[in-house]
Design a protein around this ligand. Structure first.
Ligand code: ADP
Ligand code: MG
Length: 256
């Protein structure tokens, strides 16, 4: 194996592809007696934004449950920075730099924004300061009073608050499950630019679930398409829809 870091003059070879920071291999899971995911393998490099698309029910969220540590797969493994984390719990993965958001932006309704930030800052060591929270709030463009009740926030601000709570720990990997759900187009553009900023500035590897393929070309350099628990296509988001299997998967859903 070529070790680019040890090449002449210790210069990294620009042509050597960066290895996957986060990956899964041959993931299978059966739920309620049905095979929900079958042989899913994918990987993501630092700073990359990978779209995970597929019609409703394809298995996208189930894949995230496995990648984030809520479910253990029946077969296959999950790797982070070369370490097998398949059996690590959600909180243990968070400490290794794996962050995740959910389809519904659920916030603790009765807490203020400041209290939500405090809970996130003190969730596990190292405990962060108020300044970390203020930095993250500014980075995501969260412009609400710290005294506002989290439950009073609109969808976009809820998503920004949850994102800021994760970003202040500078995660290595972020798994975002349908971050655009419930947002209008201008809000989606704003969120996309925040996500792009963190991928490029912090080198965070971002995996983004979306079922509307057309939304991904603006943000994801590459996407994988799931259908009925299988990975059916991978590539440039603008080109992948030309794949007949992808078209069939989407049209079948529309016709149903
Ligand atoms: P997506 O996020 O792509 O819309 P999901 O991963 O939520 O899809 O669901 C994929 C399939 O798995 C669906 O048919 C769903 O009904 C089924 N499923 C998800 N979770 C469970 C579960 N806990 N028990 C049984 N079936 C499940
Ligand atoms: Mg889902």
């Amino acid at each position: 194996m070529i070790d680019a870091g040890k090449s002449a003059g210790n210069e990294r070879l620009s042509t050597a592809p960066a290895p996957a920071l986060f990956a899964c291999e041959d993931i299978h899971i059966r739920l309620g007696g049905r095979l929900i995911l079958e042989g899913i393998s994918l990987g993501i490099r630092p700073g990359e934004i990978l779209g995970v698309v597929g019609p409703n029910g394809a298995g996208k969220t189930t894949l995230f449950e496995i990648l984030s540590g809520r479910y253990v797969p029946d077969r296959g493994r999950v790797m982070l920075g070369g370490q097998d984390i398949t059996k690590l719990r959600l909180y243990a993965r968070a400490r290794l730099g794996l962050a995740r958001t959910y389809q519904s932006p659920v916030v603790p309704d009765a807490l203020t924004v400041a209290e939500v930030f405090r809970a996130a800052r003190q969730a596990y060591p190292p405990f962060l300061t108020r300044f970390h929270a203020e930095w993250a709030a500014e980075k995501v463009g969260l412009r609400v009073p710290m005294s506002a009740l989290a439950g009073s926030l609109e969808t976009l601000n809820r998503r920004k608050l949850l994102l800021a709570c994760l970003l202040m720990r500078r995660p290595r990997v972020m798994l975002l499950d349908e971050p655009a759900a419930g947002l209008i187009n201008s809000e989606i553009d704003e969120l996309d630019s925040i996500i792009r900023h963190f991928a490029s500035e912090m080198g965070t590897a971002v995996m983004l679930v979306e079922h509307r393929l057309e939304l991904l070309s603006a943000i994801a350099g590459r996407c994988v398409v799931l259908d009925l628990g299988k990975l059916i296509a991978e590539g440039d988001p603008e080109k992948v829809f030309e794949d007949p299997r992808v078209r069939a998967a989407y049209f079948e859903v529309e016709a149903a």
